[in-house]
Design a protein around this ligand. Sequence first.
Ligand SMILES: CC(C)(COP(=O)(O)OP(=O)(O)OC[C@H]1O[C@@H](n2cnc3c(N)ncnc32)[C@H](O)[C@@H]1OP(=O)(O)O)[C@@H](O)C(=O)NCCC(=O)NCCS
Length: 177
Amino acid sequence: MSATKPKRVSESSTTMTEMVMPNDTNPMGNLMGGNLLRWMDIASGICAGKHCEAHVVTASVDHVSFQKPIRLGDVITLEASVTRAFRTSVEVFVEVFAHDIKGGNPRRCNHAYYTFVGLDEDGHPIPVPAVIPLNEIEQQRYDSAPRRREVRLILSGRMKPEQSIEIRSLFEGIAPK
Ligand SMILES: CC(C)(COP(=O)(O)OP(=O)(O)OC[C@H]1O[C@@H](n2cnc3c(N)ncnc32)[C@H](O)[C@@H]1OP(=O)(O)O)[C@@H](O)C(=O)NCCC(=O)NCCS
C-alpha cells in the first residue's frame, strides 16, 4: 500500500556525495555527462521513493544543462527535493555542487527536473502523497511545477497544446491572433 498523507519537502530531501574517479571521466579528464545523469537519477529516485513510500520509475528528465565542468578527483554533492506531486507522479528538483578535495573552487554545476511515477508491486501507477511547501523557495517551485509538467507532456505527445492551461496563460496577450 502507498502513503497518501501530504508530506513536507524536508521529509524526503536527499543528499548524496560522490568522488569523481578515473572510470567516471572522458579523455579530457572531466566527469562524463552520462555518469552525472546516473547519479542525479539515483539521488532524485531515492527522494521520490521516500516521498511516495513506494517503488518509483523515471518517467522524464528535463531542463538538464551542464554549466561547469567537473574534474577528476572533485567531490560532488547532489541535493534532491520534491517540488510537487500530481496524481501518480512527482517532480523532483536536483542540484549538483562540486569542489576539490580541499574544499577549494566550490561551484554549482548543474540542475535538472526529474519526474517519477509511483508504482505498486505489480508495476501499476498509484496515487502519491501531495507536497506541502513551507518556505518561499519551496512555494516557488511548487507554483511553477504545473507549467513544467504541461511543457513535458506536450513535448512527449501526451497532451495537446490546446489542452494546456498554464502554458497558454503565459502567452495570453502576446500571441498573434
Ligand atoms: C512512466 C510509466 C509508468 C507511465 O505509464 P502509463 O501507462 O503511461 O501510465 P499513465 O498514463 O497512468 O501515467 C502515469 C503518470 O505518468 C506521467 N507520465 C507519463 N509519461 C510521462 C512523461 N513523458 N513525462 C512526464 N510525466 C509522464 C503521467 O502524466 C501520469 O502522471 P499523473 O498521474 O500524475 O498525471 C510507463 O511509461 C513506464 O513504465 N515507463 C518506463 C519507466 C522506466 O523504465 N524508467 C526508467 C527508464 S531508463
